[in-house]
Design a protein around this ligand. Structure first.
Ligand code: SAM
Length: 217
């Protein structure tokens, strides 16, 4: 599916070791990082940076997330093959590809049209069957709910029930929540109709979520 034409497999193996040393232990996440050529999703002039554990600017003033952040969010979601997953913030498409190679059915929504179009074309070229949607993901995707898992890849000012209510019972949502400078990584599990549990997993720094439930910037 993902043919690696650029000989960077060794660098990916090094990245996997680094992620392990930082506490990423889920074998399916580590296998996915090893399988997905991050340089396909990276700005062409900076391919030598593609396997550094750093976030990097992409078009539209946005970023491709740091590999540790992608791995951490994915690990928290406990992805199983066949999971129906909503990603809010397609960006470069790297996170969507990680979820897809883990066997998830991925729906990814992006608010910057140019990024949406670029990711859509890239997924087609790579043979990745990922549903891409252009629009405001801060409202979720109620017409396709419920989802087994929801991932926000942009910083939310708060968690709103209109999003958590789009989870299946037993489903999980992961989101960076806080102010514009620093956010806590929050994991929400839906245990029943009106029953949710929340846990916090460290500090992160994401670009802002915009739209009706995001920041007015
Ligand atoms: N998942 C991405 C990747 O793997 O490259 C990283 C995405 S970047 C950190 C966050 C993305 O969220 C940006 O592309 C931004 O345009 C998008 N975004 C921000 N607010 C949004 C919204 N309301 N709906 C959909 N996408 C949004």
């Amino acid at each position: 599916m993902l043919q690696d034409t650029y000989k960077l497999k060794g660098k990916r193996a090094q990245l996997v070791s680094e992620l392990k040393s930082l506490g990423i232990h889920a074998p399916n996440v580590l296998r996915a990082v090893d399988a997905v050529p991050r340089h396909f999703f990276f700005p062409k002039d900076f391919l030598d940076k593609a396997y550094e554990n750093i976030a990097f600017p992409i078009e539209g003033g946005q970023t491709i997330s740091q590999p540790f952040t992608v791995a951490m969010q994915t690990q928290l979601l406990d992805i199983k093959p066949g999971d129906k997953v909503l990603e809010i913030g397609t960006g470069s498409g790297y996170q969507s590809a990680i979820l897809k190679v883990m066997g998830a059915n991925v729906y990814s929504i992006e608010t910057v049209e140019r990024l949406h179009q670029t990711a859509k074309m890239l997924f087609r070229k790579l043979g990745l069957d990922i549903a891409t949607i252009y629009g405001d993901g801060s409202k979720g995707l109620p017409e396709l709910a419920p989802f087994d898992k929801i991932i926000l890849t942009a910083a939310a000012p708060q968690l709103v029930t209109s999003l958590t209510a789009q989870l299946q019972i037993g489903g999980k949502l992961v989101a960076p929540v806080g102010d514009l400078a620093v956010q806590k990584m929050i994991l929400v599990t839906r245990n029943g109709d009106n029953e949710y549990t929340e846990s916090s997993h460290g500090d992160f720094n994401f670009v802002p979520l915009t739209g009706s439930n995001g920041w007015a910037i």
